[in-house]
Design a protein around this ligand. Structure first.
Ligand code: MG
Length: 303
């Protein structure tokens, strides 16, 4: 049985915006995060501390964190880091939580972060120790766990082996990510059933993309399998301007609509989040992929 409360990690300001072709102003990003906080989201991935030449949308990471400093008591602002240098930037910027990503496959690790899986794990262990000493929460995501664009299928045994090595860093949470949106719900259930007994004390989070329209079904499977948190992006923004078939994360409003109607509690004010999604459409000047923002609430007075 899954517990009633489930935490939502809003990744729109990072994973979502990172794939938008239009670079948002720092003021718009800060307003986006403030609206999300006002809607009740308490963990928000706000920036990535990576090479700004590779990800121009995240070049103002420090400025976004500085502007959000007065709001830091209301939510944990997460910075994504891929190496120790990135961690040092996130710490200096005032992130209260850092998330690192480790690829499940060698090819994706080399292409995405320019290092081997072993080197990535070594960096994670170093970052985890530095974060603990600094009083910063640190979690780690294993990406491409359900499939790799270069190597194809990924075996659950491989993911379990990586998770066990990451757990040596005492992460606050380990996330499994369907980075390219290929998973189906039975895979999600199967992987969590392999991971949970291997690491019984670990808190699990799951991250899905809706590339093949299975994102919400995968989130349902993960929620039922007992993850304590799910990632989602407001409006379902994301997708890559250079890959027409790519789509964003699962839309936060759609996920929350489903969870609330299932009797799960998220602490998020759904009408306020829908308003934020509408605001986001006006800023981005294009419709967002989310469905609930178009269809509206049911019943109309639901929260
Ligand atoms: Mg992602």
């Amino acid at each position: 049985m899954s517990s009633k409360r489930i935490e939502i990690v809003e990744v729109g300001p990072r994973d979502g915006l990172q794939s938008e072709s239009q670079v948002l102003s720092t003021d718009h990003k800060v307003e986006f995060v403030r609206r999300l906080t006002a809607a009740g989201l308490r963990r928000i991935e706000v920036a990535s501390f990576v090479n700004p030449k590779r990800v121009p949308q995240m070049a103002d990471a420090e400025a976004v964190l500085a502007a959000l400093a007065p709001d830091a008591a209301q939510a944990r602002f997460i910075g994504l880091v891929l190496n120790v240098k990135g961690f040092e930037r996130a710490r200096a910027a005032g992130c209260t939580e850092v998330g690192m990503a480790i690829a499940a496959t060698e090819s994706f690790s080399q292409r995405n972060q320019g290092c081997s899986v072993d080197e990535g794990i070594a960096s994670w262990l170093e970052i985890a120790a530095l974060a603990r000493a600094a009083g910063i929460r640190a979690q780690v995501t294993i990406s491409t766990v359900f499939g790799c664009p270069f190597e194809g299928e990924v075996s659950p045994a491989r993911v379990v082996e990586i998770a066990e090595r990451l757990a040596a860093g005492q992460p606050d949470e380990i996330a499994i990510a369907d980075t390219i949106g290929v998973a189906v719900p039975t895979q999600v259930t199967g992987l969590l059933r392999a991971l949970q007994p291997a690491l019984p004390k670990t808190k699990w989070r799951a991250h899905f993309h809706n590339t093949r329209n299975t994102g919400l079904a995968n989130a349902y499977a993960a929620a039922e399998a007992g993850v304590s948190a799910l990632d989602a992006s407001c409006g379902g923004i994301g997708g890559c301007p250079f890959a027409p078939a790519a789509t964003g994360n699962i839309p936060t409003e759609d996920l929350i609509y489903m969870l609330h109607r299932m009797g799960r509690d998220t602490g998020v004010d759904l009408p306020a989040l829908i308003d934020t999604s509408r605001w986001l459409q006006s800023v981005l000047q294009h419709p967002v992929p989310g469905m609930v923002v178009k269809a509206g609430l049911f019943p109309k007075t639901a929260a």
